[in-house]
Write a protein that binds this ligand. Structure first.
Ligand code: DGL
Length: 259
């Protein structure tokens, strides 16, 4: 058993959607969240650059004593997790677009995936899609511009609505019945998505699965915190602590940290 914190990082504030799931399932675990908002978005960067940033975040979390790291970013997972697992001696949990369940459940044989360029162009994404999309049309859409709007506090804006309308239209026209959210920032768009999409289209993301996998791995490595006392929950941003604090409904303190 270990009382050390779970480390979580993302290119910015979006990974808090994963933190929410982890904290709901594992309420007594101490956590440290890093939002690398200064370097967001990761989605348009080269694989080498994404790897370099992921290593920087990982080393800070390890220096802070984290026992396990959740890469709460599809772009960083699909481009860097293999190297992180090879280079560091602690368990890593990653997040990938939920192509498999969508492809298994679709009735219309068409699914949509909204993700960053970095995720959609990654080898890991192509492998997963090739493996599970047999006979299913996968409509891929880059969510260009969405992450910067969320990072600058414009989640509920006209600009966001306009972007979403453009991105969803081809998917609706292709008769998708599942939309996969392939970026951890996107669950925060749920109210707008529900409004813009016909109600037969179901939206899925991987947040809950990541939390369950975190629990499984903690137990497997005998790293779970079995104390039931109030945990220490730390949030650090290197650019916009107030945007993250507001996404967390003002319930937690978010500190600026230069990293
Ligand atoms: N939250 C990241 C993801 O899941 C956003 C990537 C970006 O910064 O472009 O992919």
């Amino acid at each position: 058993m270990s009382v050390n914190p779970i480390g979580i990082f993302d290119s910015g504030v979006g990974g808090t959607s994963i933190w929410n799931e982890i904290h709901a399932l594992l309420p007594f675990e101490n956590t440290i969240y890093l939002a690398d908002s200064k370097n967001a978005p990761y989605g348009n960067k080269s694989k080498e650059h994404i790897l370099e940033l992921s290593i920087k975040n990982t080393e800070l979390l390890i220096a802070k004593g984290c026992k396990l790291i959740v890469v709460a970013c599809n772009t960083a997972t699909t481009n860097a997790i293999k190297t992180l697992r090879n280079n560091y001696d602690i368990p890593f949990i990653g997040i990938e677009p939920a192509i498999k369940p969508a492809a298994l459940k679709t009735q219309t044989k068409a699914i949509g995936i909204l993700a960053t360029k970095g995720t959609l162009s990654s080898e890991l994404f192509h492998q997963t899609t090739d493996l599970y999309s047999n006979g299913v049309q996968v409509i891929e859409q880059e969510g260009e511009g969405i992450v910067p709007l969320i990072e600058s506090g414009k989640l509920h804006s006209q600009e966001m609505n306009a972007l979403l309308q453009v991105y969803l239209k081809p998917m609706i026209n292709a008769n998708i019945d599942y939309l996969v959210l392939g970026c951890t920032h996107y669950p925060y768009l749920m109210p707008q998505l529900l409004e813009l999409l016909p109600n037969y289209i179901k939206i899925i993301d991987s947040g809950e699965a990541v939390a369950k996998q975190t629990q499984t791995i903690l137990n497997q490595y005998d790293l779970a915190n079995t104390f039931t006392k109030k945990p220490t929950l730390q949030f650090f941003s290197n650019a916009n602590p107030e945007v993250m604090a507001s996404l967390l409904n003002g319930k937690y303190q978010v500190d600026y940290l230069d990293f």
